[in-house]
Design a protein. Structure first.
Lengths: 314, 663
């Protein structure tokens, strides 16, 4: 199913790109570098193209796969800006690029470690993160579960640096945070059980050691049996059994990136803003799990509105 | 010889189990993988699919009581059967220390009329319809929760889901990685041990549990038990959608039987074996879209032999006679089930199964032949939400069996959530109970050696009804359910009227020259009453209350004896309360209270006076070298002795301690 969607996306992308070709020279020339094997990257590119189409913008867009990217083969005189979509593209492009690079669809933590290797000036290298700001995730908890204010987090090697910012955000949102560190997969369940003595809701922060296909079962089952809802960061986790998630779809990320490029063009500048979190996002709730846990959760649309209202107040 | 060998094999298995358990698993190396967009967009297998999700009590189509791990632990009960004292209306009795009776009306040693499922496998025996509670290869520690339906639900669980369904769900192996060792000791000569190891090997999440249990049982009975069991479960994820689950267990036990004052049923030992193997394939495509195919095999056997004591009856000398009772039964069952959502408001589950039961019981059936019976089923159940606060549950099961032919068991329930936390539910359900092999084709006689004239005499005891109609029940109920998640409080009360027709009962029948019991469709009975349960969880304190009032009306009966037997088998009041509190210092204290009003259970039971029983438990959690441990002291029946099922089964105060370590 996913595979088919991916193929369809690629076909659509090819058509859109074909139509976009042949614009006169002098337009802003964008090179989209797509990470391989991810339907999400194609979805981002399609969303960007659709937005450009509505703006009558003078963009000349070319696209290549990350594995085919090589600085030597790129004609930099014909490229004003590179948009690297996904982590693989980000890594390929970071090696050596002489033009500004906007990284999108990348987790904040991966961006920050790649950023250390990139030789770019900070005005020439930036990102739109894939992660949601911690405050937004806490706002989802407050909106969906107003009676729960003891948030537990499991931190692994990739997420341990989130503890301080999370504690800061939690103070602002007036919720308590308890955290457990894990360094091996074996630690997860004992750490989770320790968390349950103080937490009444579990917040998942992306970390490949903690949350992956193999650990999903024990994490979701253990927290469900303990009647502790899990708030996740992706729609897949909601289908798998998490209570809810706030996340951005590839289309939403694409929209934000395209808007940013249009603004730059209109301002006739190639100075990139500092890295930013997703502006557009969605909320997804597993109502079946909610019912089973005896929880009454508002509609997804209402939760989304509450989070947006909360953000505006900030 | 063969049995010796089996016991030896079990010993070897158990020893091997202990060895495996004593080995520690190595910790995995830390892995460092970079985060990528795949962590956000990659597929995650559906874990909490519809079959795994617990239905909230307020949305269930019938009256449900859930007993969770906390309740099992804090109750301090050592026998699984005792746990059902916490369910409104459920009667728990001990015919002996090793043979328990769990029923929900018409309380009877043999024909429980309650369906019992262990991870989806039906464990009642085809011969008596009894559940071998003491011989189930199952540790209390491995149970995740028990869902008890009070009343029929044959539309989901088939015939014999007559007066209730007990659904025992064991823990997923992923929840119990590591090892557990627990030992228990106390009076009467009680010595138990359980060891478990859970881990991951070659893609399998597994759990292996071995256990031993022994005690002296009731003082005035020949009632000792020595039970050894081993059970294991392995879950294997084939890919993101498909999983395979394998389970197996084996119990070998020695139970004391007979009566000290009996000349025929003299004190002796019974050797019991019980085993099961289960294989289940599950395919989960989405939260509402899954299917499973399961196969299981269960087997139970009991072997006992006595040499009777000579005595004189009506001037006839009865000589010592060697009698033996061998009972072997097994069940093969294959079931397919499909859960799907047809529209946002309509969810269905449908499927079918096929079953084969085999029984060999020369003493009870008066034949050495193996009796087989087959059962075919097709079922469909739907949950329809026409509006946000309405739920309609309906379904039916069609069955065809060798004993009574073809039948349909339908069900309909309507739930209306009239305000947040408030629900009313009305329901009608019909179910059947197929006669057990004993009721249908029993032919139980004792052939005794006599002195004058030299020879033997055959005395009949029980005869099957041959061609009995199934018992049928139409159950109507009206319930009110209240729930306040914010206060951790829930309560429900249920009014019910159960009309049972063709109730099968043994009827004393004059024969030449002896009188014996013949099973007949002997009565129509109406049971009506009120059942109430309440749960409150306030921080470290938990309270669970249950009460049932039942009025039994015999509409018609074959004779007054039958009418009286059935009427007296139901106590009018059954109640329980369990209070537990967790103190900050790792101390947990709980008190249980149980009461049953006067009654006279059927099938070797005796008149019992109203009793009250208080249990208490004190536990202390500690840590040694980073490992968790617990020390618990349980006192059962703190005050005056009472009788269980029979007058001589005096339940005196019992005290035992448990030490458990997790590492």
């Amino acid at each position: 199913m996913r595979q088919r969607l991916h193929k369809a996306m690629q076909a659509m992308l090819a058509i859109v790109l074909f139509c976009g070709m042949g614009f006169a020279h002098g337009q802003t020339q964008i090179l989209l570098v797509l990470s391989d094997g991810s339907g999400a990257c194609s979805e981002v590119a399609v969303a960007m193209q659709s937005y450009f189409a509505t703006q009558n913008s003078a963009f000349d867009i070319r696209t290549i796969n990350a594995s085919a990217f090589s600085a030597a083969r790129i004609n930099f005189t014909e490229t004003d800006i590179i948009v690297a979509i996904g982590t693989h593209a980000m890594e390929q492009v970071s090696v050596d690029a002489r033009v500004p690079v906007l990284n999108i669809l990348v987790p904040r933590q991966s961006y920050e470690s790649t950023r250390l290797r990139a030789k770019h000036d900070s005005r020439q290298y930036s990102a739109i993160y894939l992660d949601q700001p911690l405050t937004r995730q806490l706002q989802l908890i407050k909106a969906a579960l107003p009676n729960r204010d003891a948030v537990g987090v499991l931190l692994g090697p990739s997420s341990q640096d989130r503890l301080k910012p999370l504690q800061q955000a939690a103070r602002e949102q007036k919720v308590a945070v308890s955290a457990e560190q894990v360094t091996t997969e074996e630690d997860i369940i004992p750490a989770l059980k320790r968390l349950f003595t103080s937490a009444d809701v579990l917040l998942a922060l992306p970390d490949p050691l903690v949350f992956n296909k193999n650990t999903a079962q024990s994490l979701l089952l253990t927290s469900y049996r303990a009647q502790i809802p899990l708030i996740a960061y992706s729609k897949s986790y909601v289908s798998a059994g998490a209570l809810a998630a706030v996340y951005s779809t590839p289309a939403q990320i694409g929209q934000q990136a395209a808007e940013l490029l249009v603004r730059l063009m209109q301002a006739k500048t190639l100075t990139l803003p500092s890295p930013q979190y997703p502006k557009y996002f969605s909320v997804s709730v597993n109502y079946q799990v909610a019912r089973s846990l005896g929880l009454t959760i508002e509609s997804e649309a209402a939760l989304l509105e509450q989070i947006k209202a909360g953000m505006e107040r900030e | 010889m063969n049995r010796e060998k089996q016991r030896y094999t079990l010993r070897v298995c158990v020893c091997a189990g202990w060895l495996v358990l004593s080995a520690r698993v190595m910790g995995a190396e830390p892995v460092q993988v970079a985060l990528s967009e795949q962590d956000f967009f990659g597929e995650v297998p559906v874990v909490l699919s519809v079959s795994r999700l617990m239905q909230p009590v307020s949305e269930a189509p019938a009256a449900v009581t859930v007993i969770d791990r906390d309740m099992i632990r804090t109750s301090g009960f050592r026998d699984l059967a005792d746990v059902f004292r916490l369910v409104p209306g459920f009667y728990v009795g001990h015919f002996t220390g090793n043979e328990q009776v769990v029923s929900n009306g018409l309380n009877n040693r043999y024909f429980g009329r309650v369906q019992v499922l262990l991870d989806g496998a039906s464990v009642y025996t085809p011969m008596f319809g009894q559940v071998p509670w003491s011989a189930l290869p199952l540790a209390l520690e491995d149970i995740e929760r028990i869902e008890v339906t009070r009343g029929p639900n044959a539309a989901s669980h088939g015939a014999n889901s007559f007066l209730g369904i007990i659904n025992i769900i064991t823990r997923d192996p992923v929840q119990d990685r590591g090892s557990l060792l627990a030992v228990r000791g106390g009076a009467p000569a009680l010595a138990d041990a359980v060891a478990r190891h859970g881990g991951k090997a070659g893609g399998w999440d597994y759990r292996l549990t071995v256990g031993h249990k022994q005690d002296h049982g009731f003082e005035l009975r020949n009632d000792h038990q020595r039970t050894d069991f081993i059970s294991g479960r392995g879950d294997y994820r084939i890919d993101e959608q498909n999983t395979l689950q394998v389970q197996a267990g084996y119990t070998g036990a020695l139970f004391g039987k007979g009566y000290f004052d009996s000349k025929l049923d003299v004190p002796h030992d019974q050797q019991v074996q019980s085993s099961y193997q289960q294989l289940r394939w599950r395919r989960v495509v989405g939260p509402d879209d899954e299917m499973s195919l399961q196969f299981y095999h269960t087997s139970n056997s009991g072997h006992e032999a006595v040499t009777t004591t000579p005595y004189v009856e009506s001037g006839v000398p009865i000589l010592a006679t060697f009698l033996r009772n061998d009972l072997d039964s097994e069940r093969f069952d294959i079931e397919f089930q499909r859960n799907q959502r047809l529209s946002p408001a309509l969810r269905v589950v449908w499927g079918g199964s096929s079953r084969l039961d085999r029984v060999r019981a020369p003493l009870y059936l008066n034949t050495t032949a193996t009796k087989t019976s087959k059962l075919q089923r097709v079922f469909l159940n739907g949950e329809w939400r026409p509006a946000a606060n309405w739920v309609v549950n309906g379904g039916a099961m069609w069955e065809d069996n060798d004993i009574t032919g073809t039948d349909l068991s339908p069900r309909l329930a309507l739930s209306y959530h009239f305000a947040p936390g408030h629900t009313v539910r009305g329901g009608v359900s019909r179910a059947l109970r197929t006669p057990t092999v004993l009721e249908d084709s029993g032919d139980y006689n004792l052939t005794l050696n006599i002195g004058v004239p030299p020879g033997s005499a055959t005395i009949p005891y029980f005869k099957g009804g041959q061609g009995l109609r199934p018992e049928s029940i139409v159950s109507r109920e009206l319930s009110y359910l209240f729930e306040s998640a914010a206060h951790g409080f829930s309560a429900d009360t249920r009014l019910f009227v159960d009309r049972i027709q063709n109730t099968i009962a043994p009827v004393s029948t004059a024969g030449v020259p002896y009188t014996f019991f013949l099973f007949r469709n002997a009565a129509d009975v109406t049971m009506k009453g009120v059942q109430t349960q309440a749960r409150w969880r306030a921080g470290a304190t938990q309270i669970a209350l249950s009460h049932a009032y039942t009025k039994t009306v015999i509409e018609s009966a074959y004779n007054t004896n039958v009418a009286e037997d059935l009427r007296k088998s139901n106590p009018s009041h059954i109640g329980s309360a369990l209070l537990s509190h967790r103190f900050g210092s790792g101390i947990e204290a709980s008190v249980g209270y149980y009461q049953v009003s006067e009654m006279h259970p059927i099938g070797d039971g005796q008149f019992l006076k109203h009793y009250r029983r208080w249990d208490a438990r004190l536990a202390y959690d500690f840590r040694v070298g980073g490992q968790r441990g617990q020390l618990a002291l349980v006192m059962q029946n703190l005050f005056a002795p009472y009788s269980e099922f029979r007058r001589e089964n005096e339940f005196k105060s019992r005290t035992f301690g448990t030490l458990s370590l997790e590492f």
